[in-house]
Design a protein around this ligand. Structure first.
Ligand code: SAM
Length: 288
């Protein structure tokens, strides 16, 4: 049996063998700890009946671990240089399909409908490139794809924002957007020392269990998200001040807050999803 890819010596050896260097611009920090990757695969809850979408295969450290536990793995990698590497490192696995494509440009809806029609659940996993973490994550969530879990390794600070609860410093529009679509749970923190090259920040594995229905029912989803953006426009200001700025002088905010059962002197960071939903529905009914 070949040695696992996620070790410092094997990673160095593979990169040297193929005369490759790491591209910082593509967020290439490769994982060197197989135990951490195993825990990440556990967190996906993948079974031998399931399909996996992997984001950013690199030289295949996570890909091989996913392939051992899933029915099939579709792994995206934007950097052409890794295609011959992956063909080599993953040659023992018949259930891996490497796609040389930018994940942000992939037709994920189509992928879920066609490629995975013979699998039970679809799970998503990836050690994400730092420079596009949020667009990748929000892209998966907003498209309401038929996926069960999404488990990613990301910058710790972003993970804290995604999983934050009301009343904390990290809670904001990103927390609400993510938690509207999924239940977020931080699984384990990962030190910078287990990556090659070593990034400047620590990481976190975070799992999203995708909800069948969004966390709250809202009449107008677009208005709900516009309201959240406006409410957090200036964090230190009250809801009244931020909404006044957004809706203009004419809006009867006192009535709006009364109908929503909210105190307008509160700050957005104290509001739960349900409270934003109530506020959005009042605005929607009043066509504000
Ligand atoms: N999975 C490997 C690991 O755990 O060691 C590599 C992780 S590395 C942090 C991120 C990988 O994503 C890199 O291989 C990089 O080339 C790739 N990548 C960066 N941007 C991408 C994009 N937009 N679409 C697909 N892959 C991308």
């Amino acid at each position: 049996m070949t040695k696992e890819i996620a070790t410092p010596s094997r990673t160095r050896e593979i990169m040297d063998q193929h005369h490759l260097s790491f591209k910082k611009s593509l967020g290439q920090n490769f994982m060197l700890d197989g135990n951490i990757l195993n825990k990440m695969v556990d967190a996906t809850e993948v079974t031998p009946e399931d399909g996996v979408i992997e984001i950013g295969a690199g030289i295949g450290a996570l890909t091989e671990k996913l392939a051992k536990r899933a029915k099939k793995v579709i792994a995206f990698e934007i950097d052409r240089r890794f295609l011959p590497v992956l063909a080599d490192t993953l040659s023992a696995y018949e259930n891996i399909d490497i796609r040389h494509q930018d994940i942000l440009k992939a037709d994920l809806q189509e992928l879920c409908e066609t490629t995975f029609n013979d699998t039970r659940h679809i799970v998503v996993a990836g050690n994400l490139p730092y420079y596009v973490t949020t667009p990748i994550l929000m892209g998966f969530l907003e498209q309401k794809l038929p996926i069960k879990t999404l488990t990613v390794m990301i910058q710790k600070e972003v993970s804290e924002r995604l999983a934050a609860v009301p009343g904390t410093k990290a809670y904001g529009s990103l927390s609400i957007a993510a938690q509207y679509y999924a239940e977020a749970e931080e699984i384990m923190s990962v030190p910078a020392t287990v990556f090659m090259p070593r990034p400047n920040v620590d990481s976190m594995i975070i799992r999203f269990r995708i909800r069948n229905q969004p966390a709250v029912d809202v009449e107008d989803e677009r208005l709900f998200f516009e309201l959240i953006r406006a409410a957090f426009a200036q964090r230190r200001k009250t809801l009244t001040n931020n909404l006044r700025q957004w809706l203009g002088k004419k809006a009867d905010l006192q009535e709006v807050f009364q109908l929503a059962g909210l105190d307008g002197t509160r700050r957005a960071e104290t509001l739960a999803l349900e409270e934003f939903a109530a506020l959005a529905d009042v605005l929607s009914k009043k066509r504000l």
